[in-house]
Unconditional design. Structure first.
Length: 453
């Protein structure tokens, strides 16, 4: 049992699903983790690079790819943030410049691999950090280098994650000039007091105005909101959702404020440092309230955390569901080609990566890589589908199909009321409890196949 009474806060069916899951897994497990977190990176950087070169050559005809670019710099470090982000004040411009040189070399190196240039690019997604914090000219340089190096085309989506503070008219002009079409805004909350706690100085009215300015340019716009903030009420979260949806956003991500290595002090200061099941259950009730409001307004989950109108395809987050390889660039970025995953080194080392090598020489600054085992290859489709909140039993290995049916039985999946149905006629989506426990579900699913490994 969860140690918390959800009666009166969530519908009984939701409560039953939560209780069933909470009896099985710890309630605060978080998001599904990449495989390297559990079993490390078996191959070192050079070995990973050789393996990737072979795989990419063999997969030259394997359809489109997605690209993710990690630019880990921010104007200031928000105390609640658990991202791989670092502050880029003027004094560390040298670090930013060295990072960008490494990135430029990395782009050239990947583009030189036989088999990559034939593949059309679905989306180029910039995350971080706040990518525009490197400055408009530098940002334009990175985007242009990627456009020149890979097979982008008129239908390629160019997408950016940003705080609203950096979305001024000058930056919007730069983004328009570069053909950006999707902006994901880190709003977190519109409540003035909560914004002060989070270190966000921009007034809520200005946040909405900047979102409206992006919408006026005809772009797809989505926003992050946090739930589980100190003292946050259900009404406050619903009010934030109401403001954003009234402004016309196409998508809203609901993120749980979780403790991690980068925000421990903030969590402790806010009284959230100790694991408390009653509080976690109350946070779950916030999610249920927010999700039900979004669904009543026509938004549908198309990712664990993301609710979208049909226009917002959330292309980067759903690349694996489309069977696309992911070319990841930049520090600490994770990519995958076929059955091979890889990861980059962290920002400090990335910015200090050897400067003597000419562009195109050596391998990119990888931490290493590894191949999915045969067992993981079987488990992976359901993990991918859970992350995309779109489970198609007819496409799954028999064992995953039975496992998904068991998840549906206890209320962690439910039939989707929109989206493509497979030949079996059923496409399931995650329930709120399913999304909350997705990390534990994914871990169990990998283990389910492990005896085969
Ligand atoms: S919340 Fe966003 S802007 Fe703040 S430190 Fe994290 S990545 Fe940077």
């Amino acid at each position: 049992m969860s140690g918390a009474d959800l009666s009166g806060t969530v519908p009984s069916a939701v409560r039953a699903a939560w209780d069933s899951a909470a009896a099985r897994w710890p309630v605060g497990e978080g998001m599904p983790q990449p495989r390297w977190v559990t079993r490390g990176l078996p191959d070192g950087p050079a070995q990973a690079w050789d393996a990737l070169a072979d795989i990419i050559a063999a997969r030259a005809e394997s359809g489109p790819i997605s690209i993710y670019v990690h630019l880990p710099f921010c104007e200031t470090r928000c105390p609640f943030c658990d991202c791989h982000a670092t502050v880029a004040p003027r004094t560390s411009r040298d670090t930013v410049d060295r990072f960008l040189k490494t990135l430029a070399r990395e782009v050239v190196r990947w583009a030189s691999l036989p088999g990559i240039g034939t593949r059309r690019v679905t989306t180029v997604h910039f995350g971080g950090g706040t990518p525009l914090a490197i400055g408009a000219d530098a940002f334009e340089g990175v985007a242009s280098a990627i456009r020149d190096a890979f097979r982008t085309h008129a239908g390629t989506e160019w997408a950016l994650e940003s705080t609203s503070r950096l979305l001024d008219e000058e930056h919007l002009d730069v983004l328009a000039h570069l053909d950006f079409t999707r902006i994901h805004v880190g709003v977190q909350t519109l409540d003035p007091a909560a914004r002060r706690t989070l270190g966000r100085r921009e007034p809520p009215r200005q946040v909405i105005e900047r979102i409206e300015a992006c919408l006026e340019r005809g772009w797809i716009v989505s926003a992050d909101l946090l739930y589980g903030l100190p003292g946050q009420t259900a009404e406050a979260l619903r009010s934030d959702i109401a403001h954003l949806t009234a402004a016309g956003v196409h998508g809203v991500s609901l993120y749980h404020l979780n403790a991690g290595p980068h925000n421990r002090r903030f969590m402790e200061r806010s009284g959230l440092g100790v694991r408390d099941e009653a509080r976690l259950a109350a946070d779950f009730a916030l999610l249920v309230g927010g999700a039900s409001l979004l669904e009543s307004l026509g938004y549908r989950r198309n990712h664990l955390t993301h609710f979208a109108l049909p226009q917002d395809g959330n292309l980067y987050a759903r690349h694996a569901l489309r069977g696309e390889d992911l070319l990841a660039l930049g520090s600490s970025a994770d990519g995958v080609f076929g059955d091979y995953f890889y990861r980059h080194i962290e920002v400090d080392r990335y910015a200090g990566a050897p400067r003597s090598k000419p562009a195109g020489a050596g391998h990119p600054p990888l931490a290493g890589g590894g191949r999915f085992t045969a067992a993981e290859v079987r488990a992976r489709p359901l993990v991918t589908q859970l992350v995309a909140a779109e489970v198609r039993p007819d496409t799954l290995h028999e064992r995953s199909r039975a496992y998904a049916a068991a998840l549906a039985e206890v209320g962690l999946l439910r039939p989707a009321d929109a989206g493509p149905a497979g030949p079996s006629g059923v496409t399931w989506t995650l329930t709120d409890a399913g999304s909350w426990f997705a990390g534990a579900i994914a871990a169990e699913l990998w283990d389910l196949y492990r005896p085969e490994a």
